[in-house]
Design a protein around this ligand. Structure first.
Ligand SMILES: *Cc1c(COP(=O)(O)O)cnc(C)c1O
Length: 383
């Protein structure tokens, strides 16, 4: 090692007067091939199943120094919006679709608040399977619906809530399992392979930090993700990769907070459509994760969530409203004196990209100023 150096002229151009450090030549590393290839030894998969992948995962842990300073902690944003279809759902979908394809399914179906639909549609397209998605009528953000359609899924709008849609697809796939040999695979987060794939987010955090954070903060809707992260951290602990586990800090939207209220919510309502869920499929597991880890699940109102979306955008990370719920709840609790994260390391899972729900921003902002095409007018504004 170390004997070979790239010459300066082979490197990127530099500014005048800037000196270039010679770059040490490294052994060529294998190109990244997605979460299954990276973590296969830790994932329960049928032997020999060929991964259906779009190279999901491997998302950055972005420091958020200004918000971190306000909280007195070292804060990182794990930006899951940079996955192939713009949300963390791709981590689970690569697993669900790999298993469905390996088991000979001909089509897949899911109920979705939007991101699962786009992800299922993309991975089904990749696998060559037909995809049906059921969404609550009129309640899915524009970028998500467009995604599902673009990837070629058959989208059905249900005159009801997400919970109604999930109940329908569960009944249908139960019947298909009994009567048609399981040719329609259910790829909702009740699908156990989804949670398996999503736990790779926890592995990545530990592999990047060299340890687990003190707090792991994330939004909670159907509660698959909090379940997955908790499982991932505990598995790494069993393997001796981490000694101390993080506390899990889950946040629901105040208008859709069954886990905080302690009972289902029949008509969940929130601007954070990805967590507009009144009967979380993995609610019990989420409560267990919070309790076992010494963490908590809290509720944040829509106004606080939208303020945090703006705040994160000012750190350069634009996420969809649901993703802002996590840090919104964190800041809310810290400011109320109910939570002290000073001196600690906190990772917030920024679950989905802001581009998924552009209306959430444009509907709230004044439209851009209109000026005549002359310099005076421009200078009057810019100064
Ligand atoms: C699915 C989703 C959530 C909620 O995750 P659960 O596993 O349902 O708790 C949060 N944010 C975004 C962007 C999502 O797509």
């Amino acid at each position: 090692m170390g004997a070979l150096f790239l010459s300066a002229s082979a490197a990127a151009p530099c500014l005048p007067g800037e000196k270039l450090e010679p770059m040490p030549a490294e052994a060529p590393t294998a190109p990244y091939q997605g979460v299954i290839a990276r973590y296969r030894a830790h994932l329960r998969l049928p032997e020999g199943a060929a991964p259906v992948t779009l190279l999901e995962g491997n998302t950055p842990l972005i420091p958020a120094p200004r918000l971190g300073a306000q909280l007195g902690c070292e804060l990182y944003l794990k930006f899951e919006g940079l996955n192939p279809t713009g949300s963390f759902k791709d981590r689970g979908m690569t697993m669900a679709m790999t298993v469905a394809a390996a088991q000979g399914a001909k089509s897949v179906i899911c109920a979705s608040t939007g991101n699962t639909a786009a992800s299922a549609a993309a991975y089904a397209a990749r696998a060559g399977l037909k995809c049906f998605v059921l969404i609550p009528e009129g309640k899915v953000a524009a970028g998500k619906l467009a995604g599902a359609l673009a990837y070629g899924a058959q989208v059905l709008q249900v005159q009801g809530s997400f919970d109604d849609a999930l109940s329908l697809v569960r009944q249908l796939t139960d019947r298909s399992d009994r009567e048609a040999g399981g040719r329609i695979a259910l790829v909702n987060s009740v699908n156990p392979h989804r949670v398996e794939g999503q736990k790779t987010g926890a592995f990545e955090i530990v592999d990047a930090l060299g340890r687990a954070p003190d707090w792991l903060c994330l939004p909670v809707g159907n509660a698959g993700n909090i379940t997955a992260y908790w499982r991932g951290f505990r598995e790494y602990q069993k393997l001796g990769r981490v000694t101390k586990l993080p506390r899990m800090f889950g946040v629901q939207a105040a208008g859709a907070a069954p886990l905080v209220l302690g009972h289902p919510v029949d008509y969940p309502e929130t601007v954070a459509t990805a967590i507009r869920i009144g009967r979380p499929a993995r609610g019990e597991e989420a409560l267990t994760a919070a309790e076992e880890s010494g963490g908590q699940i809290v509720a944040a109102p829509d106004m606080t969530i939208m303020a945090m979306q703006h705040r994160l955008a000012l750190e350069g990370v634009w996420c969809e409203p649901a993703s802002a719920a996590g840090p919104a709840g964190l800041l809310q609790e810290a400011q109320a004196g109910r939570l002290d994260v000073s001196g600690q390391t906190v990772v917030c899972i920024v679950t989905g990209h802001g581009l998924k729900d552009p209306d959430a921003v444009t509907a709230r902002m004044a439209p851009p100023l209109v000026i005549p095409p002359n310099l005076d007018a421009l200078e009057a504004v810019v100064g």
